[in-house]
Write a protein that binds this ligand. Sequence first.
Ligand SMILES: [Zn+2]
Length: 62
Amino acid sequence: MTPPQTEEANAPLPPHKTIYVETERVCCDGGGELGHPRVYYDLDENGEAHCFYCCAHFIRKT
Ligand SMILES: [Zn+2]
C-alpha cells in the first residue's frame, strides 16, 4: 500500500513573477532579491517578454 505523494514540494525553482507593463519597452533588474544587471526588452507581437536573467514574465496591459 503506497501513500499518495505530490512532487510540488520538491520544485526547486520559485514561481516566475509576472509584471504588467504599459509600454513597448520594459526594464528589468531582478527587483533586488535576485539582482542582475539592468536590461531592456521589447515586447513581442503578443505583448509579452521574458527576462533571460530572472525569468520574469512581462505582459502588456490592455
Ligand atoms: Zn530580470
